[in-house]
Design a protein. Structure first.
Length: 232
């Protein structure tokens, strides 16, 4: 089946790698002698994690905010370094192995692909430093929120992603200005409805799914000959 899609963006979390936020909360709690609930409140309820993922604060500022918050809850549990905290929040990912063959089939078909993710430098460096096949690339474009200074579903990150996808295709076609990438020619898959809705508001083709069988189904319905997930 033919497809009108000329560029595919994948979210990172729950599309290429799964993650367990409770595991990160527990790991941070263990550093301070606290609880999962306390860690979740400190890191997520007040928007601290979002500020890190938007590049508005540094790793050190993020870690100090956690140390300060925990200091009001428990007795000091020894020195907790910024490195300790960044490792604790990052060791929560698992590769979605069935996506490896999917990505490779798109590359083999010369379909440009990219990553469009809300993430921080610690998480990004962690998943790229594990040697996982799903992250081995090459990805034609990588748009991550802490570098873009904008998080999905805010419009800024989509504008950046649209611009970079267009530039990628321009390079690939020898900069033929008569062929401009249209928004509807981008397919974006993400695990959150609000992020998909925002992409659609920019004219993109976008669908909510999880990595693996759901993502494969989306791609096949949009005309891509990607392999089915293994049942072994």
């Amino acid at each position: 089946m033919a497809t009108d899609i000329r560029f595919v963006y994948f979210d990172l979390g729950n599309i290429l790698v799964s993650f367990d936020r409770d595991r990160a909360n527990d790991s941070v709690a263990d550093l301070f002698g606290g609880t999962r609930e306390a860690s979740d409140e400190i890191m997520h309820a007040g928007g601290l994690q979002n500020r890190l993922e938007t590049g508005l604060i540094t790793d050190e500022e993020y870690a100090q905010a956690i140390r300060d918050a925990y200091a009001t809850l428990v007795e000091p549990n020894g020195l907790v370094t910024t490195g300790d905290i960044m490792r604790a929040i990052s060791d929560m990912f698992t590769p979605i192995e069935s996506m490896v063959a999917v990505l490779q089939s798109l590359r083999d078909a010369s379909v440009p692909i990219g990553i469009l993710s809300n993430t921080c430098a610690a998480h990004w460096n962690w998943v790229n430093g594990r040697g996982w096949d799903v992250m081995s690339g090459p990805f034609d474009v990588q748009v991550v929120s802490y570098e873009a200074r904008s998080m999905k579903p805010d419009q800024g990150i989509y504008k950046t992603a649209m611009k970079l996808a267009g530039e990628c295709l321009a390079i690939g076609r020898g900069k033929d200005d008569n062929e401009v990438l249209r928004p509807e020619e981008i397919l974006f898959v993400d695990d959150r409805q609000e992020n998909v809705d925002a992409a659609r508001s920019h004219g993109w083709t976008a669908e909510v799914c999880l990595g693996g069988e759901q993502a494969i189904d989306v791609l096949r319905r949009h005309g891509f000959d990607v392999p089915l997930a293994s049942t072994a």
